[in-house]
Design a protein around this ligand. Structure first.
Ligand SMILES: C[S@@+](CC[C@H](N)C(=O)[O-])C[C@H]1O[C@@H](n2cnc3c(N)ncnc32)[C@H](O)[C@@H]1O
Length: 173
């Protein structure tokens, strides 16, 4: 049986009780996210909990990323994200994975985006420190990574207006 067999929807529906709800990043906030991450040629970019795929699709459309990874637990959003990246014409460089971001391997990822919650950012810290290379950038919207020192804080206080930028090997030491 394939993981995306429609007969498995009932099982995936159980996953809908996730601690982080689906709230998409507004298009207006994307510039701030990209200003923080400074994506460049050769970057491998990942959005952990990528929703409808809008952030990875736009990142791959605007920048010469080598690859982008969209990790999402919700079956319906995974389907939507696949449509989004195809419509943006970046399906050859973006991999949409239905899975739990706590278990998807992140080795080789050089830039990460997370629009999650402070408690989930906290729980992801050991994985990010362990798997991301030194110098990898991690940008979070609205919610900081507790205990990590941001190298930059962009924007203003307010909903979807503040981005925290962290660098592995600097912020997490
Ligand atoms: C606030 S939304 C952000 C969506 C997208 N990153 C954006 O900015 O438009 C958080 C997303 O994380 C997903 N999510 C929550 N827990 C997850 C997990 N353990 N693994 C993968 N995705 C998860 C939710 O389904 C939701 O789509």
């Amino acid at each position: 049986m394939r993981w995306d067999d429609p007969d498995l929807r009932w099982a995936y529906a159980l996953l809908d009780n996730l601690p982080v709800p689906y709230v998409p990043t507004r298009r207006e906030s994307l510039s701030l996210v990209f200003e923080a991450l400074q994506l460049r040629e050769g970057d491998v970019f990942a959005d952990l909990g990528c929703g409808d795929g809008r952030v990875v699709a736009e990142a791959a459309r605007r920048y010469p990323l080598s690859r982008a990874l969209c990790v999402e637990a919700r079956f319906d959003l995974v389907e939507k994200a696949r449509e989004t990246v195809e419509e943006a014409g970046v399906g050859d460089r973006v991999l949409v994975v239905r899975g739990d971001f706590f278990s998807v391997p992140l080795r080789g990822v050089t830039a990460v985006y997370m629009y999650l919650l402070t408690s989930i950012n906290e729980a992801l810290k050991p994985k990010l420190s362990r798997e991301l290379p030194e110098g990898a950038r991690v940008a979070t919207l609205d919610f900081p990574v507790p205990g990590w020192r941001p190298v930059k804080t962009l924007g203003d206080p307010g909903w979807q207006r503040r981005v925290y930028l962290y660098v592995i090997g600097v912020s997490d030491r």
